[in-house]
Design a protein around this ligand. Structure first.
Ligand SMILES: [Zn+2]
Length: 317
């Protein structure tokens, strides 16, 4: 048993090499562009996903490689900005994803977390201007093209789940117990990494961590949400969050206080796609947000037509 624990929890403190030129405080997102000009580009992430303004597009399902279903040793590190997890074992598993509209085979690079001060803050992406308690980013690269792709899963607090508002907004399919157990292991160990550069080796199963609610998602072209804010990144944001207990999230927050999320960036003329047919609509006034996000001006024409009908109605009456 001690041997197992030793393998599971190999704590190391690496020499401090991080001299950061950015953070979420004095050198926070508002001034990132001083040193990283890409951060004021027109394809930045995260964004506020206005559900009524998304466009339906069919994508083939994601396919994860066989090795994704096994447990391997990963290094979990406090890098001063977040808790980041990358593969560190001796064998070389094929941790890849294809499908989902991705162009080619993408290899797993890392996953990391964004979280906030309380159960209503922490996610980077927002859905109809509402935040979740956090967001997990699984980062991949196509080794042929060096294209990056990020799969984002919202972290939701169960404290928020029973309100009428939330029930109306989202479909909360149950998060399976094995997924919650795997995250519990992660949180309990990651919570010990209270200083920058502390790391631990932990056996984790990526497929279990990601859970099974990966069918419905939004898709758009964006950027890294941290400097250098590199663009042309394929973003996937899954609709169904993983639901954690508020107590568990709160312990993690208290052990590791980070405010490590960037606020939504302007959409400009980008389109956000969804791969599921039905989406709830926003109130009519919110349709203003759609003007720039729908290609070929279809929506502009609809709104112009609606205005003419309204004018005609007023004239007739
Ligand atoms: Zn991230």
């Amino acid at each position: 048993m001690p041997f197992v624990i030793f393998n599971l929890l190999y704590l190391t403190i690496l020499p401090s090499t991080i001299v950061s030129t950015w953070n979420y405080g004095e050198l926070g997102p508002d001034v990132w562009s001083d040193q990283y000009p890409l951060c004021i580009g027109h394809s930045q992430s995260p964004i506020d996903i206005k559900t009524a303004c998304t466009i339906y597009q069919s994508f083939i399902p994601f396919h994860f490689s066989e090795d994704y279903n096994n447990s391997y040793d990963f290094t979990v590190v406090n890098n001063g900005h977040t808790i980041l997890t990358k593969y560190s074992g001796n064998i070389l598993p094929s941790l890849t994803v294809t499908g989902g509209g991705l162009n080619g085979t993408f290899e797993f690079l890392n996953f990391h977390l964004h979280w906030g001060e309380n159960y209503k803050s922490g996610s980077e992406h927002q859905v109809n201007s509402e935040k979740y308690a956090g967001e997990i980013h699984f980062v991949y690269i196509n080794p042929q093209t060096y294209q990056l792709a990020v799969l984002g899963i919202f972290m939701h607090s169960n404290r928020d789940i029973h309100t009428d508002h939330q029930r109306k907004r989202r479909d909360y399919s149950n998060t399976k117990k094995n997924t919650l157990d795997e995250w519990e292991t992660f949180f309990s160990i990651a919570g010990t990494l209270q200083q920058a550069d502390m790391s631990v080796i932990l056996s984790l199963n990526l497929a279990i961590l990601m859970g099974t609610n990966l069918n419905d998602f939004w898709r758009y072209r964006g950027s890294l949400t941290v400097p250098p804010c590199t663009e042309d990144i394929i973003w996937t944001v899954f609709k169904t969050p993983i639901v954690f207990t508020e107590n568990e999230l709160n312990i993690f927050r208290k052990k590791l206080f980070f405010h490590d999320y960037r606020n939504p960036q302007p959409l400009y003329n980008r389109t956000v796609y969804r791969n599921f047919v039905n989406e709830e609509l926003l109130s009519a006034v919110d349709y203003n947000c759609c003007l720039k996000s729908i290609p070929n001006g279809a929506n502009t024409r609809n709104i112009a037509l609606l205005s003419k009908i309204t004018l005609l109605f007023i004239l007739v009456h």
